[in-house]
Design a binder for this molecule. Structure first.
Ligand SMILES: [Zn+2]
Length: 507
């Protein structure tokens, strides 16, 4: 702790009380309350804060794109989404927030929404709106909130508090300024288990007598990854008219909800396509003499479990014993923890092993998943350049996927007898653009394979000829998109497009 003389007597007393009296709950709560009161005083006075009707914050920044890193290496460059024209309306009276912003990927993306600057809005309530010190402090001071003990972390006094819906958060108070320095909360993730999020508040300035941060930055407890960098460019207090707030979002989680329906299509003898019904993603299931192998633990626990269950009903007496991971992005490997919980062997590119070991070893206590309920070590089968799975009835070749600038640690699979390819993110007929159109050709050339049919993770199975024709259209569409932008002096990430289906595009 720096400059102890600046610590006010009330906060110093609170810290001392906290340190001295962990088991005495009444004193803990009193110490916590004293700290929060001091923070309210520092921000402009509790009465003033509690009399505010609303707060409008505007600004810009960058958000971490969690499914974007090209490789699994900790030093692989993260991908970001640009956030512009952001307006956040804190309706303090009604404990809700409206977030309006234009957000566009700072990297090429296959769907138009990822590269559009269309304004979007979303409603936030509960813990989702407490990543700002004003609503967080008001929530901590609310009469329905339960205060926990005070702890010390890196020289900050930290108060645990449980809001009316039962969620526990933490708020750190700077002992010198008494201003909130961060808030912390836990979210559940299909890939990382429990994730601790910390929102940091810096650059406090006064606005009509209320001290508010001009810098906001969020981090998670995985690689200490920054997930949001936000620069405030205005604050307004108590604006007369708030915009209309949208209705609360529905409970559907996409991809078919908790028990998705699976569409099963027989492609050849011992080869099926199993994907989430009505346009969802999935991949192949391959029959061997005494077991089945599945391609891609896609989506999340529910989708992967549903596909494993559907596969296990395909052939009497044969069960899925292994899953091939096409690549490590959190949608494509979203069911990895589920597959490990089911005891499946994980077949993936060797460089992904430490990354996936980390995924499956993380706790999921607040948000338990199947792996947390049935913990198991991961059975990992690494693939370097080429691995053959072969028995008396089947041969499946697995190759390191090359030539796809979307990911470097991926795998494709190939049935040499049926000439069937399995891939994720090489093709999808529903995409608007394909920025990695050279991938199919690169693998055909490198490995001397001659696929005739493709079972993709996204889209539907089709002939290689169809896939290449559609991919060529997507390349032309990307060229038009880049040209239209260039004509008005705009240069989106990924432009000009560098790859066609036959190789590099000449200048
Ligand atoms: Zn994908």
């Amino acid at each position: 702790m720096k400059a102890p003389s600046l610590v006010s007597s009330i906060a110093a007393l609170a810290l001392a009380t906290a340190l001295a009296s962990a088991p005495v709950f009444a004193q803990d709560a009193a110490a916590a309350r004293a700290l929060l009161e001091a923070a309210a005083t520092a921000m402009g006075g509790r009465e003033r804060l509690e009399s505010l009707d609303n707060l409008v914050m505007t600004g810009f920044g960058q958000r971490y794109a969690s499914n974007g890193n090209i490789s699994t290496d900790p030093n692989s460059p993260p991908k970001w989404q640009a956030v512009a024209e952001a307006e956040r309306y804190f309706d303090l009276r009604n404990e809700r927030t409206l977030n309006r912003e234009r957000a566009s990927n700072m990297f090429p993306f296959a769907a138009t929404f990822g590269m559009s600057w269309d304004a979007r809005e979303r409603l936030q309530t509960g813990v989702a709106m407490l990543d700002h010190p004003l609503p967080a402090l008001l929530a901590a001071l609310a009469p329905t909130t339960e205060l926990g003990p005070v702890q010390i972390e890196d020289g900050m006094a930290v108060v645990a508090f449980t809001i009316a819906d039962g969620t526990t958060l933490w708020i750190a108070i700077d002992p010198q300024t008494h201003l909130p320095y961060w808030t912390r909360w836990i979210t559940g993730s299909a890939t990382l288990g429990d994730v601790t999020n910390t929102a940091y508040f810096t650059g406090y300035l006064p606005f009509d007598g209320i001290w508010l941060p001009t810098g906001l930055m969020n981090k998670i407890d995985w690689r200490d990854q920054v997930t949001l960098m936000f620069q405030v460019d205005s604050y307004r207090l108590d604006v007369p008219d708030l915009p209309e707030f949208p209705a609360a979002a529905g409970g559907s989680e996409g991809g078919g909800g908790r028990s998705p329906q699976i569409a099963s299509t027989k492609i050849a003898d011992g080869v099926w396509d199993l994907r989430v019904a009505n346009g969802g993603s999935g991949g192949a299931v391959i029959e061997f003499a005494d077991h089945l192998v599945m391609f891609e633990p896609y989506g999340n626990e529910a989708q992967t479990m549903a596909r494993i269950d559907a596969a296990n009903r395909l052939v009497r007496g044969k069960q899925v014993t292994a899953v091939i991971v096409g690549h490590h992005h959190e949608d494509h490997a979203g069911g990895l923890r589920a597959a490990v919980a089911r005891g499946l062997t994980i077949i993936a590119q060797r460089r992904t092993q430490p990354f996936f070991e980390e995924w499956v070893s993380r706790p999921a206590v607040r948000f338990p998943d199947e792996l947390a309920r049935h913990p198991r070590p991961m059975d990992f089968m690494p693939v370097d350049e080429h691995l053959v799975l072969e028995d008396s009835t089947q041969r499946l070749d697995i190759y390191h996927a090359v030539g796809d600038f979307h990911m470097s640690d991926g795998l494709i699979a190939y049935l040499p007898n049926e000439k069937i390819l399995m891939e994720g993110d090489f093709t999808d007929e529903t995409w608007a653009w394909n920025w990695w159109a050279g991938a199919l050709r690169a693998n055909v050339d490198l490995y001397g394979i001659a696929p005739e049919l493709d079972i993709p993770v996204h889209g539907t199975p089709g002939t290689i000829e169809e896939k290449l024709a559609r991919t060529a259209e997507q390349v032309e569409a990307a060229q038009r998109f880049c040209a239209e932008n260039a004509a008005r002096g705009a240069y989106p990430f990924g432009c000009p497009i560098r790859w066609s289906t036959t190789g590099p595009i000449a200048e």
